[in-house]
Ligand binder design. Structure first.
Ligand SMILES: Cc1cc2nc3c(=O)[nH]c(=O)nc-3n(C[C@H](O)[C@H](O)[C@H](O)COP(=O)(O)OP(=O)(O)OC[C@H]3O[C@@H](n4cnc5c(N)ncnc54)[C@H](O)[C@@H]3O)c2cc1C
Length: 317
């Protein structure tokens, strides 16, 4: 979906505090559309861009061993593989990160995200704004369409929850508990939640920015090196930018990938640390007067001047 705008509204009065036009405007201003999508559709688009046979599913990496010229990868099904380099794009609980930096659990932020997808046929013709974030001082809910024919609408919340006792990162939730959490919210939110029949609760996890993203033939990207609160909707975007920068650096240094990884890390650490910081604070795009998203949307990974590898992390939280 190319949303008309990103709209911020007060949780109870519904007063619009920001209406940032996107459709047509993002193309003009940033050279690309702003799109909301179902995660599966994005994954399929990425998958279809690969050479057939590039992806092997059902392989859980347990360990790696750095040998002479190659890296041995060992999987939970007893199989092994050999590689020249390993890109650890294995998420917030990254095994590759653990191998590089040692074990360290991500930080539970004291917030959960409820997520649900609701078929629009349940709303008797009611039409929602394309993308809205409802802001309360302590909690929020973001609502947007995820199919181009607007057949399904998605919601994701951020709600304080001091403890996350479960071992799992995500568990089945209770729609009534979500309705209770948002009980005082505007009628539009009540309508939305009244048709919600299933919900998944996610622990919101993050890590502090860290320097070491690469060593020798190992390199990290995405949530493996900069997991963040999802409150800017930029986590996957940052992972994709990382991947594009990694390709740029590997293409520039095709005979020395170790060096390419250092250049890559030097050119991504500050930007992702800044996005982590703003995601953590959760006030981005709340008010028109204080919102200029150009630094996020206007970044072009292919034209950014490249920094040299010895640049250390400057953006301090
Ligand atoms: C509630 C919530 C809402 C979010 N909303 C948004 C949003 O609206 N927009 C946005 O841009 N981002 C959003 N994000 C963030 C986004 O999901 C992540 O930033 C993004 O998925 C990171 O991509 P990644 O490839 O680094 O990691 P992941 O998407 O986590 O992928 C890691 C992959 O590695 C695999 N893996 C892990 N360990 C191993 C192993 N040992 N061996 C083999 N494979 C392994 C996993 O199975 C998984 O497929 C949200 C996150 C949460 C929790």
């Amino acid at each position: 979906v190319r949303p008309r705008a990103f709209v911020s509204r007060d949780w109870d009065t519904g007063a619009v505090t920001l209406d940032f036009a996107l459709r047509g405007v993002a193309e003009e201003r940033y050279g690309a559309p702003y799109i909301t999508a179902h995660r599966g559709d994005l994954q399929l688009a990425l998958y279809e861009a690969l050479k057939p046979g590039s992806v092997r599913l059902g392989k859980l990496l347990r360990n790696i061993e750095l040998g002479g010229n190659a890296i041995d990868l060992f999987f939970s099904d007893g199989t092994r593989a050999e590689a020249d380099v390993v890109i650890g794009a294995d998420g917030v609980h990254s095994r590759i990160r653990e191998i590089l930096l040692g074990p360290e659990e991500p930080i539970y932020t004291g917030h959960v995200a409820h997520r649900s997808i609701i078929p629009m046929e349940r709303f008797d013709g009611h039409v929602f704004e394309d993308t809205t974030k409802w802001w309360h001082p302590d909690l929020h809910i973001v609502v947007y369409y995820i199919t181009s024919n607007r057949s399904h609408i998605y919601l994701v919340s951020g709600v304080p929850e001091p403890e996350w006792p479960q071992d799992e990162w995500a568990v089945a939730g209770d729609p009534d508990a979500v309705r209770a959490a948002f009980g005082g919210f505007h009628d539009e939110v009540q309508l939305l939640l009244s048709r919600c029949t299933n919900v998944v609760n996610w622990a919101i996890l993050e890590r502090k920015p860290f320097e070491l993203w690469a060593e020798g033939p190992l390199v990290l990207l995405g949530d493996a090196c900069h997991p963040m609160k999802p409150h800017m909707g930029q986590g996957a975007a940052m992972a994709i930018e990382d991947a594009a920068m990694l390709v740029r650096c590997m293409t520039q240094h095709p005979t020395d990938f170790g060096y390419a990884f250092e250049v890559y890390a030097a050119n991504r650490r500050d930007r992702t640390a800044k996005v982590q910081h703003f995601s953590h604070n959760n006030d981005w795009l709340q008010h028109a007067e204080t919102s200029n998203p150009d630094w996020v949307f206007g970044y072009d990974v292919f034209t950014e001047p490249l920094l040299t590898p010895n640049t250390s992390l400057k953006f301090a939280d």
